[in-house]
Design a protein around this ligand. Structure first.
Ligand code: AKB
Length: 315
């Protein structure tokens, strides 16, 4: 049975991934860690350690103490925050990743860290963006993600560390809101539709970006980590997505359930520029062929579920 250390466990992905992995592998087999602690079920339901990923020694000690054989490294700043604090982003996103890879190398752990659609840039083909293509991002976050992909491949080729990764699109969930991302609007729109019946979008009408519902993202991480290594031609990182949407697409889908829902725009130039530098839609052929990626939720199914779950949450 795997013994897994998750960094950034209280974040948007970690807070759901830890619970799902505890169901699959057993509570004692999934060690959650984050720079802070809270009163959530995650902290109560299994091992939890306070860990600043910049502290290499502390990370090594925790991994050794629990004899982990898998590291899921999630602690990182998202795109808009990274753009506002580029130096901190470089230090945390790259320093944390390097520390985690070193622990994986020393303790012979399997390794996962997410990349992003942010790893692409304005010179990348925008539609059906291929798996292997131009990656010249113009954001600090994107530079971190491309460097991270290369670094993870380097640890695989040079040291034989079993590194695997996914290029995530915007992830939508009703459990833990994201913070500081460019695609966050696609989560906020559902919260505000349910709570206020209206939303002001900071991303302009007609701006397409890829999105995916959290259950599909969690399933994809687990499938990739369980995939037969001999089938993997790529490692870091696989394109994955479930839908390519713009704000009006989400608004129209919401109106099928909340007909009075209204949306207007107050475009944020910083996040709009980031969005425009990213692809409209990714090609996921490599993920399908090499480890059977499949998303269950399209915009319609995701909207039904998001609105039902949020209505329950705020009733
Ligand atoms: C962000 O918007 O920064 C993230 C991402 C697409 O990587 N959600």
């Amino acid at each position: 049975m795997k013994k897994i250390l998750v960094t950034g466990a209280l974040g948007q992905i970690g807070s759901e991934l830890v619970m799902k992995m505890r169901d699959i592998y057993g509570s004692e087999h999934v060690i959650a860690s984050d720079i802070r602690k809270n009163e959530s079920e995650l902290v109560q339901s299994g091992p939890f350690e306070i860990l600043d990923v910049m502290d290499a020694k502390a990370m090594f000690e925790i991994a050794k103490k629990y004899r982990v054989d898998t590291i899921i490294h999630l602690a990182a700043l998202l795109s808009a925050t990274a753009e506002a604090k580029p130096l901190l982003a470089w230090n945390l996103n790259m320093g944390g990743l390097m520390n985690a890879l070193e622990v994986a190398r020393e303790l012979r752990c399997q390794f996962f860290t997410p990349s992003s659609i942010g790893a692409f840039g304005p010179t990348t083909p925008k539609d059906h963006t291929p798996q292997d293509t131009i990656q010249r991002p113009t954001t600090m976050y994107g530079i971190n993600k491309v460097s991270g992909e290369l670094l993870c491949d380097y640890y695989y080729y040079k040291y034989g560390v079993d590194t695997r990764g996914l290029r995530f699109p915007g992830l939508i969930s009703y459990v833990t809101p994201p913070g500081g991302g460019t695609t966050d609007y696609a989560v906020e729109i559902y919260y505000e539709a349910v709570q206020k019946g209206r939303y002001t979008s900071y991303i302009a009408k007609g701006t397409y970006m890829d999105m995916m519902y959290m259950p599909d993202a969690l399933h994809a991480i687990i499938m990739l980590m369980e995939a037969d290594a001999s089938r993997l031609k790529h490692r870091n990182s696989f394109n994955v997505t479930a839908m390519s949407v713009e704000p009006e697409d989400i608004a129209s889908e919401i109106r099928k359930h909340i007909p009075e829902f209204q949306m207007d725009y107050n475009v944020d130039p910083v996040r709009q520029a980031i969005a425009e530098s990213w692809p409209n839609s990714l090609d996921v052929t490599a993920a399908k062929e090499e480890w059977g990626f499949k998303a269950e939720y399209d915009l319609k199914k995701m909207t039904q579920d998001m609105l039902a779950k949020l209505s329950e949450k705020f009733s």
